[in-house]
Design a protein around this ligand. Structure first.
Ligand code: PMP
Length: 429
């Protein structure tokens, strides 16, 4: 038994399922999760001393690679001054100014501690502002685990929400309407059926929780137009995509203006941070100025702000996002070429520093339905084959992959070589 295996056994005695967030448990792929000892640049090192080229990047925030020296230095300097005050700081003002300067869609911003808090609070604000209860989300989009957002889409459009998880009363989920991602007609139908009741549409501008599905042309623009027509707010959840797809986030990249934006892990540079912001007239409804309540003891935490600011400043270097996108393209096209060479059917998607690969005969994957029909056996074999080769991919076929600026050409070439070997075995099996 190696150290990861014995730690996992030990962990299960005191931590439910042995993990503090379910996808880490390898349920989707089988086997024992790898316990990490430390990380640096493009690499993770496990407790048994094995090195992995990492394409999870703490599920998104490590755009500059792990343990970046400038971010680490900023954190250590902040730590010297105390860990938390529960009082206003200059640091959080600077952070707010930085985000507002980078994102023209954000007039004001409120810091929270996770993506879950960001989306939950943005939705409450949208409901309070519009004085409407219902909202629309998309099947396959994840926005954290607030009750009303944990809703499975059932068989698609026009279905009222059914809670995905026991513990969410049906009454809490009944105002959640679900539509089909990339299918504008499904959203239109919901608006037509509920013309005066929909507070908001919330979505991932590139869906990263059903593998990686970019919006089809016209989808985001169509949502903007429908929201305007029916007086609903457009909430763009950039927890995963923010500052990764482009400096001005995915909504900037696609040229669509949200009313509210949710941000998360990226703006914490690895510390627990989230935020939501947007139109000044909407944000004016938030406590203490307005009636919509929202709060947080550790919100705007000075250590987290130091990490986030350091990362955001570094991300402003001109050309950085083009370089990140080029690395991503090389990697994912390398996967595809290897799959083609060995006759393993594969489709790919990529945008900015995000990528997805699908074991499917379909030439293009644009919907949740297509993702859910992909070959899971091939995914599992590929995941474990790559892990053995020292490449860490997300342990689920429903997660996007992430590149960082720390991935060198050699790292990417080595990853493609590993993919070539693993796909050869899959083809031969
Ligand atoms: N929104 C999106 C788009 C996410 O991907 C996630 C988590 N991956 C969340 C919200 C929730 O963020 P957190 O896990 O920080 O609560």
């Amino acid at each position: 038994m190696n150290r990861s295996e014995s730690l996992f056994e030990q962990a299960q005695k005191t931590i439910p399922g042995g993990v503090n967030s379910p996808v880490r448990a390898f349920k989707g792929v089988g086997g024992t999760p790898v316990f990490i000892d430390h990380a640096d640049g493009a690499y993770l090192y496990d407790v048994d001393g094995k090195r992995y080229i990492d394409y999870v990047g703490s599920w998104g925030p490590m755009i500059l690679g792990h343990n970046h020296p400038e971010i680490r230095a900023a954190v250590l300097a902040a730590v010297e001054k105390g860990l938390s005050y529960g009082a206003p700081t200059a640091s959080e003002v600077e952070m707010a100014e930085l985000v507002c300067e980078i994102l023209p869609s954000v007039d004001q911003i409120r810091m929270v501690n996770s993506g879950t808090e960001a989306t939950m609070s943005a939705l409450r604000l949208a409901r309070g502002f519009t004085q409407r209860d219902k909202f629309i989300k998309f099947e396959g989009c994840y926005h954290g685990h607030a009750d009303c957002l944990l809703v499975k889409a059932g068989s698609g459009m026009l279905t009222f929400g059914e809670p995905t998880s026991p513990g969410v009363p049906a009454d809490f989920a009944k105002h959640t309407l679900t539509a089909d991602y990339n299918k504008l007609d499904s959203v239109k139908a919901l608006f037509e059926a509920n013309p005066d009741d929909i507070a908001a549409v919330i979505l991932e501008p590139v869906a990263g929780n059903m593998n990686c599905i970019p919006p089809v042309p016209g989808f985001l623009e169509g949502l903007r137009a429908l929201c305007d027509q029916y007086g609903a707010l457009l909430i763009i959840d950039e927890v995963m995509t923010g500052f990764r797809v482009a400096l001005d986030c995915a909504h900037g990249h696609y040229g669509v203006k949200p009313d509210l934006v949710c941000l998360g892990k990226v703006i914490g540079g690895g510390m627990p941070v989230g935020a939501f912001g947007g139109r000044a007239d909407v944000m004016a409804h938030l406590a203490p100025n307005g009636p919509v309540y929202q709060a947080g003891t550790l919100s705007g935490n000075p250590v987290a702000m130091a990490a986030g600011k350091a990362q955001l400043k570094l991300l402003q270097r001109p050309g950085l996002h083009d370089e990140l996108a080029a690395k991503t393209e090389t990697l994912i096209k390398g996967f595809k070429a290897a799959a083609d060479k060995h006759g393993v059917p594969m489709a790919i998607n990529y945008v900015g520093g995000m990528f997805g690969f699908f074991f499917t005969d379909e030439a293009e994957v644009t919907t949740f339905e297509q993702v859910s029909k992909c070959n899971m056996d091939h995914f599992k074999a590929f995941f474990h084959g790559m892990l053995d080769e020292g490449v860490n991919l997300a342990p689920s076929a429903f997660e996007a992959g992430f590149l960082s600026m720390a991935h060198s050409d050699e790292d990417i070439a080595a990853t493609i070589d590993a993919a070539d070997r693993v796909l050869a075995k899959i083809a031969a099996a």
